[in-house]
Design a binder for this molecule. Structure first.
Ligand code: ADP
Length: 521
């Protein structure tokens, strides 16, 4: 029996569990890769959003540079007044620009400032611009010498006069002197609000939160999220306002959180699927085991019953034939043979009754006729019927009846059958000490009847199974004793039908005591 089961077990593991294990291992290992791939996709998207915002601000400033170049070119080179006027007007209307300056690169740079009429420049600002030009002298020379046809934005230079101003230098293309250049100083706050904000709103739509942060303090000066939103996943410097950075984060959950959640969900799912497979496997193996056990039990049952039937039948036929052929030598012998025939017929009918009773119970066909029943009279009836057999087999039988026990609501016939099965077992499973005790009594409202023997007893392990159908203890004497494993399952069904209780106390080698308890009426 063990071999085919372990074979089936191995086959099932290979067919069901192995692919699941391989799949789970593959899924778990690929989760990490997926996580990385999604993270890099997300980072790329963030980067490109930031780039597009930066690109847009460059385009805006480029258009300013173009416009300024045209304004300068439209005037006669020496006609400073009207050029000044045009530039002045341009600064007045373009509030995103703090001021403009033009100059010519020489040992003592000649710088002209164009600030809005409403906000004239102080000396400090002018001096710091001069300082920027002097310290960036080489950079500016390189810019002017690059001879580019298109306008180029210089590296933005940081000026110390304003907390966050961006200074943009570019060559003036339309004047006679190659050393002419122009500078735009951006008004950071207005630039952010008027130029960048709408573009940010457009670029980020609903999915992201974009914030602009002051590099030095980390202060969040603008955010598309709620007030004071601080979380940032990707950060880039704003090209035109180098003291500011633009940061972006996915709205709601960050992508790494989402990926982690997804990973966790997948892991839980894999775990659940594996668990289900294991449960399925366990269930399948259990069923197969039960099926095989059932087949074994059926075969054993048929063998046991045939054996039980064959012995009395052959004895009956043997002694009946002896009597019929007149081979019994004396009248005592004749009587003895007749007694044997009677005993064996009784045994035969008990076996047949047991089987019939079992099938009635199994098919839910057994009917009970409940009425007030006295357990004492049932005990006496069984003892009367069995006394002869017991004595014949060398048993002494004690009947301890408690008077005045309450009656129970029971079916007399079934209760007798249950008691007969217990007494029959006591006889079958006793060896040297041949004693059977039947005792009745009551505790409170409960009435009990006990059948006690001093036979082979049972192990605690066997006790758990004795009420199972077809179960027989597999050892020594029990093997030699005939039986089909039905008696106690019938007793249990009868007690259950009476809503009673059955308890067994048994010690190997010392004996057993079966107690049936019922509610008194
Ligand atoms: P059967 O007696 O036909 O084998 P039962 O259902 O009556 O079937 O009993 C189940 C098993 O319980 C028996 O095979 C036997 O091993 C054990 N058993 C029952 N009664 C006793 C008892 N009084 N003493 C020892 N073992 C018992």
């Amino acid at each position: 029996m063990r071999k085919p089961i372990s074979k089936i077990f191995i086959i099932l593991i290979i067919i069901v569990l192995l692919p699941a294990i391989i799949f789970s291992a593959y899924e778990i290992s690929s989760l990490n890769e997926n996580e990385k791939a999604i993270d890099s996709l997300y980072n790329n998207q963030l980067k490109s959003t930031l780039r597009s915002i930066n690109r847009y601000s460059l385009d805006v400033v480029n258009s300013w540079m173009q416009r300024i170049n045209i304004l300068i070119a439209e005037e006669e080179p020496d006609n400073r007044l009207s050029k000044n006027k045009a530039l002045q007007q341009y600064v007045n209307v373009n509030s995103n620009i703090s001021f403009i300056f033009t100059g010519r690169l020489s040992n003592h740079p000649d710088i002209f400032f164009y600030a809005p009429d409403k906000k004239p420049l102080g000396k400090f600002v002018r001096d710091s611009i001069l300082k920027v030009i002097k310290t960036n002298d080489l950079k500016i020379k390189k810019l002017l010498a690059s001879d580019q046809t298109e306008l180029t934005i210089s590296e933005s230079l940081e000026a110390s006069f304003d907390d966050a101003a961006g200074v943009i230098l570019f060559p003036i293309n339309y004047t006679s002197d190659d050393n002419d250049f122009c500078g735009i100083v951006i008004n950071p706050k207005l630039f952010l609000i008027k130029i960048l904000e709408p573009q940010i709103d457009l670029a980020v739509q609903k999915d992201f939160i974009v914030s602009i942060i002051k590099n030095k303090t980390g202060e969040n000066i603008y955010s598309t999220g709620s007030n004071g939103y601080t979380e940032i996943h990707q950060k880039q410097k704003l090209l035109l306002l180098p003291r500011y950075s633009i940061g972006i984060v996915l709205k709601g959950q960050t992508i790494s959180n989402l990926v982690k959640q997804r990973t966790n969900r997948t892991l839980i799912l894999i775990f659940l699927v594996d668990l289900l497979l294991l449960i399925g496997l366990w269930y399948a193996i259990k069923n197969i085991k039960t099926e095989m056990e059932l087949t074994r039990i059926k075969a054993e049952f048929i063998a046991n019953v045939s054996h039980e039937l064959r012995t009395p039948l052959s004895l009956i036929s043997l002694f009946a034939e002896t009597l019929v052929l007149g081979r019994a030598p004396t009248s005592e012998k004749q009587k003895e043979y007749q007694k044997i025939i009677l005993e064996e017929t009784g045994r035969l009918s008990r076996i047949v009754n047991k089987i019939l009773s079992f099938y009635e119970i199994e098919g839910h066909k057994k009917g009970y006729n409940f009425k007030p029943t006295d357990l004492n009279s049932i005990a006496m009836k069984v003892m009367d019927n069995y006394n002869y057999q017991l004595e014949n087999a060398g048993f002494t039988c004690k009947l301890k009846l408690c008077e005045n026990i309450p009656k129970i609501n029971g079916d007399g016939e079934s209760l007798t059958e249950a008691l007969i099965n217990l007494v029959d077992n006591s006889m079958k499973y006793s060896k040297d000490k041949k004693e059977v005790e039947i005792e009745t009594g009551s505790t409170g409202n409960l009435v009990f009847i006990k059948v006690k023997d001093f036979g082979i007893g049972m192990s605690a392990q066997s006790l758990k199974k004795i009420f199972d159908k077809f179960y027989r203890v597999q050892n020594g004497l029990v093997h030699e004793t005939k039986g089909a494993g039905l008696g106690l399952s019938i007793v249990k069904s009868i007690v259950d039908a009476h809503k009673g209780e059955i308890n067994v106390q048994s010690t190997e080698g010392e004996g057993s005591c079966f107690e049936l308890k019922f509610k008194g009426i």
